[in-house]
Design a protein around this ligand. Structure first.
Ligand code: 6GU
Length: 226
């Protein structure tokens, strides 16, 4: 899978993909991430990519031409399966959409800045508009990092059995159960005795119960999602 990212601040996105699972996915050749500075397609030699908005009002808007020219050029290599715009007015991201996106071959992510991008780019090119929650970030880069990480870690072949995504919170509309490691007692708090019995069936039942209880307490809203 190839993910191309278009941004006015690509430097913000170098470190997040250089470690751990994202690093491994790229080394294995399962995931290719390419960062592109939108300034490469600026309208003048000053690197301009934004302009005042029609109708007045504070805040600049990312212009049509740099974005359209960038997308057209990147698309010459091969068409995108999805062109995603990261924006706080997009659809709140959920695991189900991450799963869908992890099966695509070639994705472009556009990071918004300032007041956003000219609506015509959204009308002409964008296939999905995604938000990562009901709060505002100063730009779409950190949101794009969240999206790429969530997609990258579940691409077939990235995870091994130990880190299987099948037991993640949200994959089965349940939060994950509590987990424990050594020592068996810490500051007077023991590990639940069932986990020490070696009875895999009982342990699995206990985990299922705990996951259900946690979900009822913390996130009853996700229980009856499809
Ligand atoms: Cl995708 N972008 C920005 N700027 N803020 C956000 C967001 C995205 N998702 C939540 N807040």
């Amino acid at each position: 899978m190839t993910i191309e990212i278009l941004s006015v601040l690509p430097e913000l996105l170098t470190s997040p993909f250089e470690h751990s699972m994202m690093k491994r996915a790229q080394e294995k050749g399962i995931l290719t991430i390419r960062l592109h500075s939108l300034r490469k397609w600026a309208v003048n030699k000053h690197g301009q990519v934004d302009d005042y908005q029609y109708g007045g009002g504070a805040g600049m808007v990312m212009m049509c031409e740099p974005l359209a020219n960038a997308i057209d050029e990147l698309q010459k290599e091969a068409p995108f399966d999805e062109i995603i715009f990261m924006t706080p007015d997009g659809k709140p991201l959920e695991q189900k959409e991450v799963n869908t996106l992890s099966l695509k071959n070639r994705i472009l992510i556009i990071c918004g800045h300032y007041k956003g991008i000219d609506q015509r780019i959204r009308d002409l090119y964008v296939t999905r508009e995604i938000s990562i929650g009901d709060y505002v970030l100063s730009g779409g880069e950190l949101a794009a990092a969240v999206l790429v990480d969530a997609i990258g870690r579940i691409i077939p072949g990235v995870l091994n059995d130990e880190t299987s995504a099948l037991t993640d919170s949200f994959q089965d509309n349940l939060l994950a159960p509590p987990v424990y490691s050594r020592p068996a007692e810490f500051r007077g708090l023991p590990v639940p005795s069932i986990l020490l019995t070696g009875d895999h069936k009982k342990v699995e039942e206990w985990r299922q119960e705990q996951a259900m209880q946690r979900t009822k307490e913390r996130r009853p809203d996700i229980l009856d999602k499809d």
